[in-house]
Design a protein around this ligand. Structure first.
Ligand SMILES: Cc1cc2nc3c(=O)[nH]c(=O)nc-3n(C[C@H](O)[C@H](O)[C@H](O)COP(=O)(O)OP(=O)(O)OC[C@H]3O[C@@H](n4cnc5c(N)ncnc54)[C@H](O)[C@@H]3O)c2cc1C
Length: 420
């Protein structure tokens, strides 16, 4: 850890002194928060199972009960402003709150994470006051689950090429189209939906964003089953669904900006360690024999990477809080976080041996993490797309040819405006 800290200081990312101070502030906030939560939550037992993103216990009652216990304190959303139920914290202090929560028993909160980590912060940035009042309390307290309705069968990496159509209808809009890979849509109450309202302008400019009530007439959700047996995501069909204009987020034409904000939060969250806990990695270390130098060496490298990912996420959060617009650093963070989790999960499988393969009696869920880890190279934008962003925006490499960038979408996509 000392070596990692020196390396970071040497490359001028942050000084050793800053790092020491940040760690002290995190530790102090952790202690303060643990004292506040004592009696409200149950202390974590040594043999409790860790919950792994996407492993999907689907135990909604346990998650709701846990979030309700924390609803009045802001601990679940430490970075949100106090007027919206958060603690107004950033960087080391926010990390201290998260670290304190890991000292207590917690169910799998993945169903809520899209709302809490991605969509809530996006609404804070782009939502109207009315939308913040209506939607943020439900997200923060766990009463309402949100999903992200971006990808379509022909629009994944090229998300701006989406074709779901929105047309004005009186006091609202009518939306038709289909979405795919919509995580947890089968029990979501709301979705952050992107649709195209103008086919006569280039693709990025014709998009509008909505909060979609998933119980609306015309919404059909079909679950898809994946290789770890989790029914994680869905196809969603929208058949002339009516959405009131008060649920439109930001201006028509600003939908792409809304999407980028949400994706930045998603990449930041995926890069920051994904809910894997330091103690989980430390427990893995205790299983490695003192004489197994190769595994020990690798384990130390993984622990250092994990720590660095946490600091990087903290710095990005603090920068955002100080008003700096989101930049390409979240792409780098996501790439490194993805590689780290894959290597860590492989190490976990190797160290636990046959027990991990069978998948029973493994409180740290290395098997689930291992089976889930390939998906990290895809969700939130693939590794290749993150490398394109870094190549163009950080390294200044020539941009990819984009023949459709400045042409009206209807013409570039080979069809006329279907709304005419
Ligand atoms: C576990 C999981 C959860 C997800 N949850 C959601 C969700 O909740 N909501 C949602 O909207 N979406 C979700 N997605 C979808 C995800 O965002 C898309 O799968 C992803 O953006 C890639 O799009 P695609 O699958 O259409 O692949 P494609 O875009 O068809 O890409 C196929 C391959 O081509 C490569 N490629 C494409 N374009 C380029 C290029 N320009 N340069 C270099 N390589 C390129 C890609 O990297 C990839 O390897 C989820 C995906 C997964 C795996």
């Amino acid at each position: 850890m000392v070596a990692a800290r020196r390396l970071i200081a040497r490359f001028g990312l942050v000084s050793t002194e800053d790092t020491n101070q940040a760690e002290t502030r995190t530790a102090e906030q952790r202690q303060r928060t643990i004292a506040q939560l004592e009696g409200r939550l149950e202390r974590r037992r040594a043999d409790s199972r860790m919950s792994v993103l996407g492993a999907g216990s689907d135990d909604l009652e346990a998650g709701r009960a846990y979030l309700a216990k924390l609803a009045d304190g802001g601990w679940i959303v430490p970075g949100w402003p106090t007027e919206h139920g958060g603690l107004g914290l950033a960087g080391p202090e926010a990390a201290g709150v998260r670290s304190a929560l890991s000292a207590f028993e917690a169910p799998d909160l993945y169903p809520w994470m899209v709302g809490i980590d991605l969509i809530g912060p996006t609404i804070l940035e782009h939502g109207s006051d009315d939308q913040k009042r209506r939607w943020l309390p439900g997200i923060r307290t766990g009463r309402e689950i949100w999903c992200q309705m971006f990808s379509e069968p022909d629009a994944g990496s090229d998300l701006a090429g989406l074709k779901s159509r929105a047309r004005r209808d009186g006091e609202g809009w009518r939306v038709s189209g289909s979405k795919v890979w919509t995580s947890r849509a089968h029990y979501s109450d709301w979705g952050l939906l992107l649709a195209r309202f103008d086919f006569s302008v280039p693709k990025h400019r014709g998009i509008v964003a909505f909060g979609l009530n998933m119980r609306s007439e015309g919404v059909t959700v079909r679950p898809l089953v994946q290789m770890n047996r989790d029914a994680h995501f869905n196809e969603v069909f929208l058949d002339d669904v009516w959405i009131p204009d008060r649920d439109r987020i930001d201006q028509p034409g600003q939908g792409w900006r809304v999407a980028l904000t949400c994706l930045t939060f998603e990449r930041g969250a995926l890069g920051g360690g994904l809910g894997v806990q330091e103690e989980q990695i430390r427990r893995l270390g205790s299983l490695i024999g003192a004489t197994d130098a190769v595994d020990r060496n690798e384990w130390v490298a993984r622990l250092a990477e994990f720590q660095i990912a946490g600091w990087t996420a903290g710095r990005a959060e603090a920068a955002r809080k100080s008003g700096r617009p989101p930049g390409p650093e979240d792409s780098g963070s996501k790439l490194r976080g993805t590689a780290m989790i894959k290597r860590l999960a492989s190490l976990g499988m190797r160290v636990e041996g046959p027990a991990a393969t069978v998948g029973t009696d493994d409180p740290d869920e290395w098997q689930s993490l291992f089976l889930m880890s390939p998906s990290l190279s895809i969700r939130g934008g693939t590794d290749e797309i993150q490398r394109n962003i870094l190549g163009e925006r950080v390294l200044g490499l020539p941009p990819e040819p984009r023949v459709d960038k400045d042409r009206p979408f209807g013409e570039a996509s080979g069809g006329d405006d279907p709304l005419k």
